[in-house]
Design a protein around this ligand. Structure first.
Ligand code: LLP
Length: 421
């Protein structure tokens, strides 16, 4: 459930009408609902309330400081994958002991920055990374908690670009090599091995791949304990999918997911960490856009909107579906007609949907792309020199701009022309 509903004939984010935001902030603009974020975070906490746990929000899905602050204040930990994300989590007020550092290519400066600022745990993804971290810790005279990410070779049954748990993927250490890698980790100075980490992919709509991966983690926990390692934490990653289409069957809920965790690793006495991103913020955001032109093609009509693939990349990159809805509520039984909804960028890939069924639209009309809160603004660029899309957070009947739209001067001012040109 989210808080984007029609009220008095207009789509609202909680108590604020989207046309009011369009009028005051302009379009395109991302709009997030604080109540939805709070609700979704609470569902994960509830799903794990049977055990000691930390829900670490995957910062990559939405890294706006206001979103991080809202979740951090609710008690969320953060899963970060770069120095920049680490600093964002800290800037949002999240203490280092609630920040987990994941990612296959952490650099030494990034690791140093996190050690200096305080860190809950590094999720190590390779032997060279583990040795580099150990050497860094020795040079700094510290010991840091680590988990090792294992690759369980499980098919997550999701889009190939976001599946991470098969042996051909770059992530983690092959589970078959885990015993040897943990033995080396235990010998290396500066590292305190505390747990196991796994993440098999994103937008999973079936719980069975989670069950298969977590069963392997349980087995490995027992094997490592038999070797004398104190495994006290399991980081089970993120990945639970969301409904992108209102009319198809709903993916499993956080509570069902929590049950799978309980059934597979619940008897090990470990503290559980999870790293959901999309499920917390995906349906807590929409991308609001205005129709620039309605253009008649040979055999179809194009709705040319002022949002483009640079603002919301998912349809162009993954063929992703986002429901497109008019801001003005259509009358019951109103006729709909097909439009190809496209942006102004000079690529045919800048198509949000072919044949979207919408009521008759005209220039100046507003539509919203739903389920755009995760991997929306964070993946935006200035391609075609379109200023970065702004973001707004709604709470109840008020809203705030949480990232302003850059001016053309801001955008141009970042470049410099060398004196010798
Ligand atoms: N933990 C790790 C180590 C991850 O790599 C990811 C996502 C997550 C947690 C969060 O997964 P989530 O709960 O959000 O599914 N840009 C793509 C998604 C990329 C996901 C990358 N890793 C998209 O728009 O679908």
């Amino acid at each position: 459930m989210d808080h984007f509903l029609y009220r008095d004939g207009e789509l609202h984010a909680e108590g604020v009408s989207l046309s009011c935001i369009a009028q005051q902030v302009g379009t395109p603009v991302y709009v997030y609902s604080a109540a939805t974020l709070t609700r979704h975070f609470g569902l994960f906490r509830q799903a794990l309330d049977w055990t000691d746990h930390l829900v670490c929000f995957a910062v990559k899905s939405n890294s706006n400081l206001a979103v991080l602050k809202l979740l951090g204040d609710l008690g969320a930990g953060m899963d970060v994958v770069s120095g920049g994300e680490y600093l964002r989590a800290k800037a949002a007020g999240v203490p280092g002991n609630r920040i987990v550092f994941s990612g296959v290519g952490k650099t030494v400066p990034e690791m140093r920055l996190a050690i200096e600022g305080g860190i809950r745990q590094f999720n190590i993804e390779s032997e060279p990374e583990m040795r580099a971290l150990s050497a860094l810790c020795v040079s700094m005279g510290v010991t840091v908690p680590v988990a090792i990410r294992v690759n369980p070779d499980v098919d997550a049954k999701t889009h190939e670009k976001i599946a991470t748990g098969k042996s051909e993927n770059k992530f983690g250490i092959p589970i078959s090599r885990a015993i040897a890698v943990y033995a080396e980790a235990a010998r290396l100075p500066g590292l305190q091995v505390v747990g196991i980490d796994v993440h098999i992919g994103s937008q999973l709509t079936d719980l069975e791949p989670f069950r298969a991966a977590y069963a392997k983690v349980a087995q490995l926990t027992r094997a490592l304990r038999a070797e004398g390692h104190a495994i006290t934490r399991l980081d089970l990653g993120g990945g639970l999918g969301i409904p992108y289409q209102r009319d198809n069957s709903a993916p499993p809920l956080p509570l069902d997911y929590g049950q799978v965790i309980r059934e597979t690793v619940g008897d090990l006495g470990c503290e559980i960490e999870i790293e959901p991103g999309r499920n917390i913020v995906g349906n807590a955001g929409v991308l609001l856009t205005e129709v620039i032109y309605v253009k008649a093609g040979e055999d179809r009509d194009f709705l040319i909107v002022d949002a483009a693939m640079n603002d919301l990349l998912r349809p162009a990159m993954y063929g992703a579906h986002h429901d497109i809805v008019p801001v003005i509520q259509p009358a019951v039984g109103a006729a709909v007609r097909p439009y190809d909804v496209v942006g102004p960028v000079c690529e045919s890939g800048d198509t949000f949907r072919k044949g979207a069924e919408l009521p008759e639209m005209a220039a100046g009309g507003l539509v919203a792309f739903r389920s755009a809160g995760a991997y929306g603004a964070v993946m935006a660029s200035e391609y075609n020199s379109r200023p970065l899309v702004p973001e707004v957070l709604v709470q109840g009947d008020h809203f705030a701009v949480i990232r302003a739209r850059p001016t053309y001067e801001d955008m141009l001012g970042r470049d410099s022309i060398p004196a010798w040109l």
